[in-house]
Design a protein around this ligand. Structure first.
Ligand code: BDP
Length: 647
């Protein structure tokens, strides 16, 4: 975290001190961007697909389906990528499928990529849920555990070995969750044949969203020269009018290389440059990155262009990569969250990557619609409940000034066996992957390592102490938290977090129907947590289900009136406590979303203030009115808000 108020030299020393830690991740995962030296070929569209419905789901491996075109080993259907496969067909068995599914696509690789041996060809999968194995022309190129995060493999030499064969990509994806996956789950076989058919089993999960599966984000091929920019890490600070951009570039594949690093402003003017692989760039008259509704000109981004000129055996090549950079600081006191040393109040939402038909598949129209709704609502922030969102979404946040609490998929850690070594090791690894991917986004202001774990269980203390310490070592510049729903006195991990994030559902899961309990229970909640820890508190979830169009007055559960009354009761308490130590409120949820079937869910969770189709319920207007009022009180409205039609 930044050190507010410290003099310039100390700041540079501090930046240097934290930097070793931030850059300790050994290889990069830069978002693939086109440049004069890099090309990107998206493989979105129709892929061939088959679910392995064999009893043990192993037929595909036993018969090596990856060795030949998929259509040669059985029937194949069309499957869009990116998309979850679950809601694409009329087959309930595919919607609820557990096990391996197989995707395949033949790609035409530009001949010049193959011909030029100085070109690296990288296959990248934005995310596939949950476990994936990838082959190119029948040769395994990578395996990856975990959805929501990208993985890649260099495939140039493989393609060059047989340049006349078309490039056939096969990806097998398995959505089975176990006690040490993130999120965890268990498989339960039902062997009583008086009740269940032969081979019947279910996937138990301890989280409240549909376990959508498949290839959820874009698959692409991209190129770089042999000597390439592998990673860039940026940490920013400022003192008075001077911005500081501490950077570190890691280059791979070069025997010797020279480097040029240029920071340009929005108008393309160079504001600082260097020829060192690491250092601190000084920006005079800095334009800071501010959140939406906190400044007239929010989300100012510079561009850090890195050029690497390498020579290898007499030939030279150049690689160019441009990274958007927002200069800002984040810090926490005992009662405030500071961005650029000014108190920031989170008035935002929790979201899901979720929509009709495509499930968790990335979809630009949906992303842009959601950002328009966020801005309309006057929301300045969201939490990526309950897993990392697509990088394109974080880029939108950088560009629009929407502040992000970036959460890893540590949701539903409820079984004591999920606190074991295997789970912790994987959890630490996922945090490595997440920080490596998202460390340079100015919009990301805090890491959340989990949601509602069974934090009262004894092993939770060691687990969260280790996890939070590890995350802080990876990135000492951002606060770390996890989201709790447990009691302040029993929570074993709370001593280690920087900000207390509490979820509560008074008058819903407790005292259902009794709206009158909210003021007292919510006040008690805040006072108990603050009394014990003296740390700032975010109400990280609160809300109530409302079936759109269902009405009753006086309010009854599941009606729009009840949802409205719950929100208004919470808001009255927030208004008392935000003057003290409550630093934010995030509604559960932005939009209705799909869940597993169950007796408390009527085709999904209905706690959205928008329907799943992004139409407002009455509460959206309540929240809009409140968020704009909060923005008026706590921030500065951007110039364009004077012209409401531009909303
Ligand atoms: C919270 C969970 C969230 C659920 C929500 C609910 O964090 O994932 O969807 O409850 O039940 O406890 O609506």
């Amino acid at each position: 975290m930044a050190v507010p108020g410290s003099p310039g030299l100390l700041r540079v020393l501090w930046l240097l001190a934290v930097f070793g830690a931030v850059s300790s991740l050994d290889s990069g995962m830069l978002f693939p961007r086109e440049s004069s030296s890099r090309e990107v070929k998206e493989l979105s569209g129709l892929w061939g697909f088959r679910a392995d419905k064999s009893p043990d789901r192993k037929q595909g491996f036993d018969e090596a389906w990856y060795k030949r075109p998929l259509a040669e080993s059985g029937p194949v259907i069309d499957m869009p990528v990116p998309a979850s496969y679950n809601d694409i067909t009329q087959d309930p068995a595919l919607r609820d499928f557990i096990g391996w599914v197989w995707y395949e696509r033949e790609v035409v690789v530009p001949a010049r990529w193959i011909a030029d041996k100085g070109t690296r060809i990288v296959l990248r999968v934005g995310s596939a849920h949950y476990y994936s194995v990838t082959w190119v022309n029948g040769v395994k190129v990578t395996e990856h555990k975990g959805g929501h995060l990208p993985f890649e493999a260099e495939i140039g030499s493989l393609l060059r070995a047989d340049p006349l064969t078309p490039c056939r990509i096969t990806i097998a994806v398995n959505n089975t969750l176990t006690l040490d996956t993130l999120p965890p789950g268990t498989i339960q076989h039902m062997d009583d044949h008086t009740k269940y058919p032969e081979g019947f089993f279910i996937q138990n999960i301890y989280f409240d969203f549909f376990n959508y599966a498949g290839i959820h984000r874009a698959v692409l091929l991209y190129t770089t020269p042999k000597a390439y920019v592998d990673d860039i890490t940026v940490v920013t600070d400022f003192s008075d009018n001077t911005g500081l951009v501490k950077y570190k570039v890691s280059v791979q594949g070069a025997a010797s290389a020279s480097l040029k690093v240029t920071l340009t402003d929005k108008d393309g003017h160079c504001v600082a440059s260097s020829s060192e692989p690491s250092g601190v760039l000084t920006v005079v008259d800095v334009k800071l990155w501010w959140p939406y509704l906190m400044h007239e000109n929010p989300a100012y981004l510079y561009s850090l262009e890195v050029r690497v000129l390498a020579s290898n055996k007499g030939s030279t090549s150049e690689d160019v990569y441009a990274l958007p950079v927002g200069i800002r600081t984040v810090s926490v006191t005992s009662s405030q969250f500071l961005i650029n040393n000014k108190p920031f109040y989170f008035h935002g939402v929790n979201k899901h990557e979720d929509a009709d038909i495509r499930g968790k598949g990335f979809d630009w129209p949906l992303v842009v619609k959601d950002f328009n709704l966020l801005k309309w609502l006057g929301a300045n922030s969201f939490r990526t409940s309950h897993y990392p969102y697509a990088e394109e979404i974080l880029q939108m946040c950088d560009r629009h000034g929407i502040v992000v609490i970036d959460e890893c998929p540590g949701v539903g850690i409820k079984d004591i066996r999920s606190f074991g070594n295997a789970s912790l090791t994987h959890h630490l690894f996922v945090m490595d992957e997440l920080v490596r991917r998202d460390k340079n986004h100015p919009s990301v202001v805090m890491w959340s390592v989990a949601n509602e774990p069974a934090a009262e269980m004894p092993p939770a203390e060691y687990y969260f102490k280790t996890l939070i310490k590890h995350t802080k070592a990876l990135d000492p510049t951002r606060p770390v938290t996890y989201i709790t729903d447990s009691n302040y006195a029993r929570d074993k991990g709370a001593p280690f977090v920087d900000v207390i994030c509490v979820n509560s559902y008074f008058s819903w899961y407790h005292d259902p129907g009794h709206l009158e309990v909210i003021p007292i229970q919510l006040s008690t909640q805040f006072e108990s947590w603050y009394g014990k820890y003296q740390k700032p508190i975010i109400q990280s979830e609160y809300g109530a289900d409302a079936v759109p169009g269902l009405h009753n007055d006086p309010p009854m559960m599941f009606t729009e009136e009840y949802q409205k009354a719950v929100l208004q009761s919470y808001h009255r308490v927030f208004d008392q406590k935000r003057k003290q130590y409550v630093i934010g409120e995030l509604i559960w949820n932005f939009a209705d979303f799909m869940t597993a079937q169950g007796i408390t869910r009527v085709v999904g969770n209905k706690k959205g203030i928008f329907s799943r189709q992004r139409q407002p319920k009455s509460t959206a207007f309540i929240l809009k009115e409140r968020y704009w009022r909060l923005a008026n009180e706590t921030g500065k409205l951007p110039v364009w808000t004077k012209y409401p039609c531009s909303l």
